[in-house]
Design a protein around this ligand. Structure first.
Ligand code: ATP
Length: 556
């Protein structure tokens, strides 16, 4: 099946700003790259998402679904500091390993993450999107756009000079083109794909250097990959010395491993059980982009689920499947979600298996972008912290081991294995908004958000049709009733101004699922109209049935 045409990211971002979902951080100072703030509706949307995660992962894990051991799943929460002892990051491997290989452009000074070069180039490079239009599109069933040397030459001497002044094709078009033509004509049975074509146009001295990789900004040949530290540093204490150097956490998971023993000793949890932790994480991403998708400050919701090594594969499969079902349950359409199992060479050295829940964002379409990673981490983290802290972190399991004459068990000591579903709440909120964004030009308000009622920031709106004849009083009373019952889940709006059409349009754009209108008939028969956001259809129900209606529809 082919993917539908992607929605316009510009339109989605404009709606987010217009309706107060997302603002650029430090907006009035021109913004700061990689940081985003949430406006009133966005803050509530994200809270609803966080609450849904908390409810379905910790308070009533997996909706009461039984785990592979046939028992209810058991989880508890934790809240840990952003700054921890620097040794934590030594033990976790972040200090040494959390450095993405970066490539620096000698032409314009731009950095690009080595593993994201092609992705960045295809999705953001101005010169690339201009140059590729000079090729005929790839014939059906092939990956190779058809080369027209004359058009490419013209581009190199014209637009190319402005867009990619440092590209080999622009600096020395005849020589560079000659290599490309030789390649295309020389092996007609194995034509070059887009990446190979781009590498050709970046290469002047093919024999001397081999194919080169261009800078997405200016086209110069990128330097070799070198590590770049992704952790933000600061100092705890008055002096800025190495002794006081600390780090802002790049993930919430480590806080859990630090308190594994404290949680076991202080609560009644027994393996298998999970510990959830959610909060801000920081990564000095080299190319923050795609709106909130890749930010430098973001929020994670992570669960570390500890189990016996023999049961870990079953728990891994269990969590992987549940997390897919969960994202669907809050409104992400099945065809826009995939579960992608990592290939062996993609896995971290300690990982026994990892799957990503990926969503087809407009900027990744027809491909997908990671929303959540579910990793089988083996016993790597607990073992690392045990080694570095010298505190024993293994677990004594009284339900295992040899059967004793008294009917009890001898017990077994082991280092638990850990399954980690690690979700990003900002990417989650962005996926929900992208999925919900709908444009229908036949409607009076063409843009609206079909947000799932559970996450919608406004749960209901109550309108008096006119600001007179007793209608505002009934609306006030109904608002009080609805607020008392549902106010803790989101906004309950009321508005007596403007035409009713405009009021509906405002609510549609904000993703409010239901509007109730008090009109002339309400005064006679105590009924109101309820309008469905997605269909625009209206029905009448009794004023006294509104709370029951919302209880059923909001599914809270
Ligand atoms: P990526 O490969 O996209 O950098 P990752 O695999 O490093 O992501 P994890 O370390 O598994 O991400 O973090 C878990 C989740 O945290 C991700 O699935 C994502 O939703 C979120 N996340 C990670 N980095 C960012 C970021 N820079 N901005 C927003 N969310 C992020």
């Amino acid at each position: 099946m082919t993917a539908p045409a992607p929605k316009s990211m510009d339109a989605i971002m404009a709606l987010c700003k217009r309706r107060g979902f997302v603002f650029q951080a430090s907006d009035i100072y021109g913004g700061i790259n990689g940081f985003w703030d949430y406006g009133p509706l966005g803050a509530q949307l994200k809270k609803n998402l966080r609450d849904a995660w908390w409810q379905d992962m910790i308070m009533n894990p997996c909706w009461g679904r039984k785990g592979p051991n046939g028992q209810r799943v058991q989880c508890v929460p934790l809240e840990t500091c952003i700054i921890q002892h620097p040794k934590v990051w030594e033990a976790s491997g972040h200090l040494a390993g959390f450095a993405d290989p970066m490539r620096k452009c000698p032409g314009c000074g731009h950095f690009v993450r080595a593993d994201q070069l092609w992705d960045v180039l295809v999705s953001t490079s101005e010169w690339f999107s201009s140059m590729i239009q000079e090729f005929e599109p790839a014939p059906a069933g092939t990956q190779t756009p058809v080369l027209d040397s004359q058009r490419l030459l013209k581009w190199a001497r014209g637009k190319g000079k402005r867009l990619a002044p440092n590209l080999a094709l622009v600096k020395n078009p005849e020589v560079t083109l000659a290599w490309l033509v030789t390649r295309v004509n020389g092996q007609p049975e194995a034509p070059p794909d887009v990446i190979e074509i781009v590498r050709h146009v970046a290469t002047e001295q093919l024999n001397a250097t081999g194919l080169q990789d261009p800078c997405p900004r200016c086209g110069a040949v990128l330097g070799t990959p070198a590590p770049f530290k992704l952790m933000f540093e600061t100092f705890a204490g008055l002096t800025h010395t190495d002794d006081n150097r600390v780090y802002l956490r790049p993930e919430t998971a480590q806080g859990v491993f630090l308190h594994f023993k404290n949680v076991v000793d202080s609560s009644r949890v027994k393996i298998p059980f999970g510990i959830g932790n959610s909060g801000r994480s920081f990564r000095n991403e080299i190319t923050p982009r795609n709106f909130t998708f890749r930010s430098r400050e973001f929020e994670q919701a992570e669960l570390e689920f500890f189990c016996h090594p023999d049961e870990s594969k079953d728990w891994y499969a269990f969590w992987r499947d549940f997390r897919m079902d969960w994202w669907k349950s809050i409104g992400l359409a099945g065809e826009n979600l995939i579960l992608r199992e990592h290939a062996q060479d993609e896995l971290s050295h300690y990982s026994v298996g990892t799957s990503d829940v990926e969503y087809r964002f407009p900027f990744t379409s027809p491909g997908f972008g990671e929303l959540e990673g579910i990793a089988h981490r083996g016993n790597y983290d607990l073992t690392q912290h045990q080694t570095h802290s010298k505190v024993k972190l293994d677990y004594f399991d009284t339900t295992r081991g040899e059967l004793l004459p008294n009917g009890g068990r001898k017990g077994e000591r082991y280092m638990p294995h850990c399954i980690e579903p690690a979700a990003g709440l900002d990417r989650g909120a962005l996926a929900l908004i992208c999925e919900a964004y709908t444009r229908d030009d036949t409607r009076p308000s063409p843009e609206f958000l079909k947000l799932h009622p559970r996450v919608a920031p406004i749960k209901a709106a109550i309108f008096p049709l006119m600001d007179k004849d007793g209608m505002p009083e009934i609306a006030d009373k109904l608002t009080d009733d609805v607020f008392a019952k549902f106010g803790r889940y989101g906004f309950i709006e009321t508005d007596a101004k403007q035409s009713i059409g405009k009021r509906y349009a405002r609510m549609d754009e904000a993703g409010c699922p239901f509007c109730f209108t008090i009109d002339g008939d309400t005064l006679k028969d105590q009924t109101v109209t309820v309008r469905d956001r997605d269909t625009g259809q209206q029905q009448r129900i009794g004023v006294d049935k509104v709370c029951g209606f919302l209880t059923e529809k909001l599914g809270l």
